[in-house]
Design a protein around this ligand. Structure first.
Ligand SMILES: *Cc1c(COP(=O)(O)O)cnc(C)c1O
Length: 432
């Protein structure tokens, strides 16, 4: 009935997550509130890790792409589940290191890493630095030399595959700010450059073609292109590439009509493809890495709001306003992202109304959905936006100096705060 299996309805007609009553959670912790089902997160991680192991064996690792939802608790869970992580900034790296994450399983991405970030990465002993460009390569080589270290690196390659997704979240084509392209020779040039540097050690290649991808085919084409390139590099430079990081981007179901392929199918098909290609090209099987972010956390999270004023504009539309908005969920204003909505205290009722859900920011575009079906609502009701576990908290801002909501985890009948609600004083604390 719901887009996520973490959700249900109880005998009081209230929405539940992980078996817990959302109306009670809203009462206890206040709104807006991010709520995550921990078992759903762990279950999603296991689908990837177990199936990669089943189809590819031990020479693979799932990295949780932590930009989807980053906090200490998430890193602890990823560690407990035996995953690695990818980070894309000093802030994510700092959080991971502070939470006790094993640094050798950290992959550091980014198209414009700063000198300070590279120093932090080298000092904390991250497993791999995924080098994006020649400027970074040389900066890293110099820093590693000064620090008496040798950095294990991957190059970020643009494989030139079209991922059939939103333009803002496509990253594999030549016109992208990420990485070096194959088709114009940039990738070959940067490898040649690396062979002349003594403080970097080229271990592998990375690619990531985009996000919210539903088809299997772009992933298989990418694997094919990358394995072909590994062969070329072996012939040309005599370098054996031992790691292939195929990125993330696996789609999730936000609304009923979304139909993502199941993740075990991806793992199976990609594993088979790599096996075939390594045989065909006479290459040793590379270590395979995959980086799911959205598909680990999106389905595990919801956001609860309190309904405020409901403005019925005759012959125009009905605006239903909530106590949050683009500050805690910028995905509608960024991508026109679609969501399912429920009145949590009337979750079993029929959706008889059509409303536009508005936030409280001083911005007309501050909406969470337009013309969406919803139960008949009144002020004081609890509105749940589903599938908000990924790219909501992590993209949140303090626009209009609205404090960021708290995030709680529910598990086996208990709930606890993993990120405290911001206060007005928190917002002001850096003002001079
Ligand atoms: C964003 C990103 C991911 C994760 O993408 P999802 O769509 O959340 O799975 C993985 N790798 C890289 C390099 C990314 O930038």
């Amino acid at each position: 009935m719901f887009v996520s299996k973490a959700l249900g309805v109880n005998e009081e007609n209230h929405l539940t997550i992980g078996g817990m009553d959302c109306v009670e959670l809203a009462k206890e912790y206040g709104t807006p509130l991010y709520v995550f089902d921990e078992n759903e997160i762990r279950g999603n991680m296991r689908i990837y890790a177990d199936n990669l192991k089943k189809h590819y064996g031990d020479n693979g690792l799932i990295l949780y792409a932590s930009k989807a939802f980053c906090c200490k608790k998430m890193y602890k869970i990823a560690k407990e589940e035996g995953l690695g992580i990818d980070v894309v900034s000093g802030g994510e790296l700092y959080t991971a290191v502070s939470s006790g994450f094993p640094t050798e399983k950290i992959y550091f991405h980014g198209n414009n890493k700063t000198k300070d970030e590279l120093i932090l990465a080298l000092n904390s002993g991250v497993g791999r630095i995924v080098v994006d460009n020649s400027f970074e390569l040389n900066m890293l080589n110099d820093l590693a030399g000064e620090m008496g270290k040798k950095a294990d690196i991957l190059f970020r390659i643009k494989p030139g595959v079209d991922a059939h997704t939103h333009d803002f979240i496509k990253t594999g084509q030549i016109d992208s700010k990420f990485g070096v392209a194959l088709e114009n020779g940039e990738a070959t040039e940067i490898i040649e450059e690396a062979t002349k540097l003594s403080n970097v050690n080229l271990v592998g290649f990375h690619c990531h073609i985009g996000s919210q991808i539903f088809d299997l085919e772009p992933f298989l084409s990418t694997a094919e292109v990358m394995m072909g390139f590994i062969k070329e590099v072996k012939e040309k430079f005599g370098i054996t590439i031992s790691e292939l990081n195929l990125g993330g981007g696996f789609g999730v179901r936000y609304v009923e009509s979304d139909d993502p392929i199941s993740y075990d199918k991806y793992m199976e098909a990609v594993s088979r493809k790599i096996h075939e290609l390594s045989k065909k090209h006479n290459l040793p099987l590379p270590k395979i890495l995959m980086e799911p972010g959205r598909s680990i956390v999106a389905s595990a999270g919801i956001t609860l709001y309190t309904v405020g004023n409901i403005k019925e504009i005759k012959d125009v539309r009905t605006y239903l306003s909530v106590d949050g908005g683009m500050g805690d969920n910028p995905r509608y204003i960024l991508y026109n992202a679609e969501y399912d909505f429920e009145i949590a205290n009337k979750a079993g009722d029929k959706k008889s109304e059509t409303v536009t859900v508005a936030g409280k920011c001083c911005e007309s575009g501050d909406l969470l959905g337009e013309n969406v079906p919803l139960q008949k609502a009144q002020p004081g009701d609890i509105l749940a936006v589903l599938t908000t576990g990924a790219y909501n908290y992590s993209m949140a801002s303090n626009y209009n100096r609205i404090p960021k909501p708290a995030a709680i985890f529910v598990k086996d009948g208990t709930s606890k705060v993993v990120i405290k609600r911001e206060t007005y004083a928190d917002i002001m604390k850096n003002d001079a």
